[in-house]
Design a protein around this ligand. Structure first.
Ligand code: ADP
Ligand code: MG
Length: 710
């Protein structure tokens, strides 16, 4: 990149130290090049002129031709003044208002001369007014070349207050282009530009800031969006390639006694084809010399656990230990029970470690872990504690990945002990992360581009699709009758209340009120009810969960603590209270708690009559489909990718112009081209890729996704 483009921003004519400081602080603009890449977030059509009698309250900015016929200072309150001008055109009159800077504004205003005003109108009774309008004399206006689309840049309150208006940014941009435009170089190879009919980089930058027409603006946007996504993909894919070449893994080259014995003699059911395929993918991956870093996606109930278990058996067969980390104690417990059952006849030592594991027990675990007699350790975050050291951890499985941050994932990497036979080198375990929050593929590609992805896209046979309905609170009596009928048939029921952080107290009250009224409607001794919420002690939670899973209670009243992974096949009805307060993926997770047995299952979404249009869409989507991927797509549209991934991942990519939701097609395109390019020229060494390579190196030097992921 040319040195001039790296000049600190305060040296640009019109900036200086004060504005420089503001631009740095408020907008993160440090250098010339940052300003070039500071893109408008919308455009205003300045070819359109309004008449005063066409004004409406909610139009954004308008421009009007007319003249000022009168100016006065109006006092209001104590010592408060404002400047008010009467502005007319041939259809009516309105007021222009200034609250500050009276003296020089008054001096600059010209009476009875045709001018163009520009700004935001608000109605005031019958009349409209415009505060702090931009004013240009007609003669100047005709000279200044107005492009059809005028860019509006993102701004902050501080900037506005300190006089850095959109107009100022615009002027700076003009100055910048004047000085540096000739230096903008092409970043993409010619063949790509031709194939995709992209406009040149220089033209794209020019038109994003000074668009000549809507058509060329669209081309500029496409070019820049493609470029941004393309470079991100190049980075992610390269990173993945590097990992495969450089990061050594333990090659699990044996399929031994544990795996074979289980597969031939103890499989509790026939694996689905999807499960078989995924196990094969994992086996191949772990069998190579590189470390596996794989995301296993599968809808709720698709049977990820057995895949994880069989992968662990491969680790054991090759003389290594394995661990499984789950986000909650309940879930860890359930995995412990489930895996212990699967492993019953295999002579495997499995233990569980959570926050409530007693010290004596911990000691045994630590000791067995270090001397290698403990084969599989299951647990919560407790696994990440420094004291937990493995003799030879070969595989780490993380369940419900979206609950864990990237840091936690990488912490597990360091759990292995240096290998003396390999010169004391620490070789990280293979990592398998499992998630039941299906992420649309396009998004997964950009957020987890450094992971390989396996998908279980098939449910075990014989599952009856869950029937979902939406009922208003006013229909509660009918719903309750339905519950009684189901209980009479021997089924069990979940009733879930929302728990949203900001109003935790209120939510708790809702839950308790709900519990009381349910207890009244379903009285002892005929019915018995369990309750589960975050404020309970772990031991009490377990006891309640156990009562319910053993069928001793009919109804489980709970908050979303039961959201992840809980498995009680006899539970066939899920009631979600205040369903409008849940996000789609959460609703889908909750629904996944039923439909695990042979019986027909139901999910009933209870809401009030007042629903926002988003809430309506959510309810309709839930009623319409059981497909987690379809739901994730809708969710993505409603919420945007940041939210979908949870706070840990949002903002990771820090995009300038692309939007992963809006531009998903371009993303897929960029990914395909990046893959193709790197397949043919992984180091970007070919002459036609030299400019690409230069930009790429520049990017990786910056604090970028490179540093965030893994
Ligand atoms: P999830 O993918 O949500 O973690 P689980 O692994 O808990 O799903 O499996 C859900 C249920 O389906 C469990 O009761 C499990 O035993 C059962 N299951 C898994 N795979 C199969 C299969 N191939 N055939 C029949 N039942 C299966
Ligand atoms: Mg699970």
């Amino acid at each position: 990149m040319s040195n001039l483009l790296l000049t600190p921003i305060e040296f640009l004519k019109g900036v200086g130290p004060n504005r420089g400081e503001l631009l740095r602080k408020e907008l993160g603009i440090y250098k010339y090049v940052d300003l070039v890449n500071f893109f408008p977030n919308r455009y205003i059509d300045r070819t359109r002129y309004y008449k005063i009698n066409e004004l409406q309250n909610n139009i954004a900015e308008v421009q009007i031709i007319g003249k000022i016929i009168n100016i006065k200072t109006v006092e209001f309150g104590r010592n408060q003044k404002r400047l008010v001008a009467t502005f007319v055109d041939d259809t009516g009159q309105m007021e222009l208002v200034w609250f500050q800077g009276h003296k020089w504004i008054r001096e600059s205003l010209k009476l009875n001369e045709m001018c163009v005003i520009f700004g935001k109108c608000t109605s005031f009774g019958n009349a409209f007014n415009m505060a702090h309008p931009e004013i240009e004399l007609m003669s100047e206006h005709e000279q200044s070349l107005r492009s059809a689309m005028q860019p509006v840049y993102p701004s902050t309150e501080t900037l506005t207050n300190r006089g850095i208006s959109n107009r100022v940014i615009n002027k700076l941009m003009q100055q910048l282009f004047l000085e540096t435009q000739t230096l903008f170089t092409e970043t993409l190879p010619d063949y790509l530009i031709n194939e995709l009919k992209l406009i040149p980089k220089k033209a794209a930058l020019f038109n994003i800031h000074f668009p000549k027409s809507t058509e060329v603006l669209a081309k500029a946007k496409f070019r820049l969006i493609f470029e941004e996504l393309f470079f991100i993909q190049l980075q992610l894919i390269t990173k993945n390639l590097i990992r495969k070449h450089k990061i050594k893994g333990h090659p699990f080259d044996k399929v031994g006694e544990y795996f074979n014995d289980f597969y031939l003699n103890h499989l509790p059911f026939q694996l689905t084809n999807a499960q078989k395929r995924v196990i094969k993918e994992i086996r191949t991956d772990m069998g190579s010399n590189a470390q596996m870093n794989r995301l296993l996606q599968g809808d709720v109930g698709s049977g990820k656990t057995i895949v994880a278990f069989m992968s662990m058996l491969l680790a054991l067969d090759n003389g290594f230990q394995a661990c499984l980390m789950a986000p909650t104690e309940i879930l860890a417990n359930q995995h412990f029970i489930g895996l212990s059952e699967l492993a019953e006849t295999l002579n495997i030592n499995i233990r569980i470690l959570t926050g409530s594991t007693k010290i004596a027990q911990r000691r045994i675990i630590h000791e067995e872990l270090e001397n290698g007699t403990l084969h599989i350790l299951i647990g919560t975050h407790a696994l990440l504690e420094d004291k937990v050291k493995f003799k030879n951890l070969g595989l780490a499985v993380i369940d419900e990945q979206h609950r864990f941050g990237v840091e936690q994932r990488s912490k597990l990497w360091r759990k292995s002990t240096p290998d003396p036979s390999k010169g004391g080198e620490i070789i990280p375990p293979h990592v398998l992360v499992m998630t039941a929050t299906p992420i649309p593929r396009t998004l997964a590609m950009s957020l987890y581009g450094d992971l390989d992805i396996s998908v279980i896209d098939e449910l075990p046979p014989g599952r009856k699709p869950i029937q979902t309905v939406h009922r208003f609170d006013s229909n509660r009596l009918k719903v309750w009758k339905f519950l009684r009928d189901e209980i009479a048939l021997g089924r069990q029921i979940y009733i879930v209340y929302p728990l949203i952080h900001e109003s935790e107290k209120m939510d708790f009250k809702d839950l308790m009120d709900g519990y009381e009224s349910i207890s009244r409607d379903f009285p002892l001794p005929q019915y018995s009810i369990s309750i589960l919420h975050g404020k309970m002690k772990p031991a009490d939670k377990d006891a309640e969960m156990k009562r319910f899973s053993e069928g001793k209670t009919n109804i489980m009243v709970a908050t979303t603590v039961i959201e992840v992974g809980v498995n009680v096949p006899n539970a066939s009805v899920m009631i979600i209270e205040s369903a409008e307060r849940f996000g789609l993926s959460q609703l889908h997770q909750l629904r996944g708690r039923v439909g695990r047995g042979a019986e027909q299952s139901y999910c009933i979404l209870m809401t009030s009559h007042k629903l926002s249009s988003d809430s309506k869409t959510r309810m309709e989507t839930m009623v319409k489909t059981n497909d987690g991927f379809e739901i994730a797509e809708v969710d993505l549209k409603l919420r945007g990718p940041g939210d979908l991934m949870g706070t840990q991942q949002s903002g990771v990519l820090n995009l300038q112009i692309a939007d992963l939701v809006r531009d998903r097609d371009t993303l897929a395109l960029a990914r395909n081209y990046a893959l193709k390019l790197l397949k043919e020229d992984s180091g970007m060494q070919k002459p036609e890729h030299s400019n690409l390579r230069a930009v790429f190196i520049e990017m990786t030097k910056k604090k970028n996704i490179w540093n965030y992921i893994s």
